[in-house]
Design a protein around this ligand. Structure first.
Ligand SMILES: [Zn+2]
Length: 278
C-alpha cells in the first residue's frame, strides 16, 4: 500500500494547476515532495501528505478533541438529511473545494460520487491531520488561510462552505465561470436543545441575520432552502453531541455534569442551504 505522502504527491503531480502560491499567486510546479512557485516559494508535503500554507499561526476555537467528537456525530448520522440535500446539488465532474473542512468528514461523504479532484482546507493543523484518515479517493487536504487561498483563478466547480466563515472575494477568484458556492448557515433553532441546556438569556438564542444579510448583499443566490429536522438523542453518543461544538467550551463543569445526568431527548438541526453564483 502506498504511504499517505506518496498518494498526496501523485495528487499534486496530477492537479498542480489547481494551486497557486499564497504569497505571490504565481503558478506552482511539483519538484519531488515540494510545490514550488515561479518566485521559488516552496511548500513541502508532511508525512501525512498535507501542505502547510499559513504564513503565521492562526487561532481556532476547535480542538483535536472537538474534531473527533464531530467526526463521530457525523458518522452517527446527525447531518445525513442535510448531506443528501447537498449531494444532489454538486457538479460531479468539476473540482470541489471544501472551505473550513475541519476533520474532513463532510468532504469524505460528499466526495464519494465526485470523480474530479477534491481539496479541503482549514486553519487547524489538528483538523487537517485527522482529515487524512478519510477514505474517499482523489482527495487532498491542506492548512490554509481563507483570505489568501493557495489556489489558481477559476478552477473549482463547487465551493462547499458548511458552517464555516467566508471570503467572497477569494471564492469569486477561484471559482470557474458558472461554478457554484454551496453555503450552509445555521438557523435560529440549530442545536437549540444544547444551547438552551447550557445557556440562559442572550446566549441561549442565536440569530444568523448578519451572515444572511452579508450573503444576500454579496452574491447572487440561485436557490435558498430552509431545512429543519429533529432526531432523538438516543441515535447518538451523548457526550459526542455535547462536545462537538464550541458551545460546550464556555459552559462550566457543573452545568456539563448536570447535563450528563439529565440529557435532553431530541436534537434539532435547522439550517439555510444556499446555492450561489459570484
Ligand atoms: Zn510565490
Amino acid at each position: 500500500m502506498l504511504k499517505k505522502i506518496d498518494v498526496a504527491q501523485q495528487f499534486l503531480v496530477k492537479n498542480h494547476q489547481l494551486f497557486a502560491c499564497p504569497k505571490c499567486l504565481t503558478k506552482m510546479d511539483v519538484h519531488g515532495q515540494e510545490l514550488i512557485c515561479q518566485n521559488h516559494h516552496s511548500f513541502t508535503l508532511s508525512k501525512k501528505g498535507t501542505l502547510f500554507f499559513l504564513e503565521k499561526k492562526m487561532t481556532t476555537e476547535y480542538t483535536k478533541e472537538m474534531f473527533l467528537h464531530r467526526k463521530n456525530i457525523i458518522q452517527q448520522g446527525l447531518y445525513e438529511p442535510l448531506l443528501s440535500e447537498i449531494a444532489q446539488m454538486m457538479i460531479p465532474d468539476a473540482p470541489v473545494l471544501d472551505v473550513g473542512c475541519g476533520e474532513g468528514s463532510f468532504l469524505e461523504i460528499l466526495g464519494k460520487n465526485i470523480s474530479a479532484a477534491k481539496i479541503g482546507f482549514d486553519i487547524s493543523k489538528e483538523g487537517i491531520y485527522l482529515a487524512t484518515e478519510q477514505t474517499t479517493a482523489n482527495t487532498f487536504f491542506c492548512v490554509a488561510d481563507l483570505t489568501h487561498l493557495p489556489f489558481s483563478n477559476q478552477q473549482f466547480g463547487t465551493i462547499l462552505n458548511i458552517f464555516s466563515p467566508s471570503n467572497y472575494h477569494e471564492f469569486a477568484r477561484v471559482l470557474k465561470p458558472g461554478g457554484q458556492l454551496i453555503k450552509v448557515i445555521p438557523n435560529q433553532f440549530y442545536l437549540k436543545e444544547l444551547r438552551q441546556a447550557l445557556y440562559t438569556g442572550e446566549k441561549a438564542t442565536y440569530s444568523n441575520a448578519p451572515v444572511l444579510k452579508k450573503l444576500r448583499e454579496t452574491v447572487n443566490i440561485l436557490q435558498e432552502k430552509n431545512l429543519t429536522y429533529t432526531l432523538p438523542t438516543s441515535n447518538f453518543t451523548f457526550s459526542d453531541l455535547v462536545k462537538m461544538t464550541p458551545l460546550s467550551w464556555s459552559a462550566d463543569e457543573k452545568q456539563l455534569a448536570e447535563l450528563f445526568q439529565k440529557p435532553f431527548s431530541t436534537i434539532t438541526v435547522d439550517v439555510t442551504v444556499a446555492i450561489c453564483q459570484l
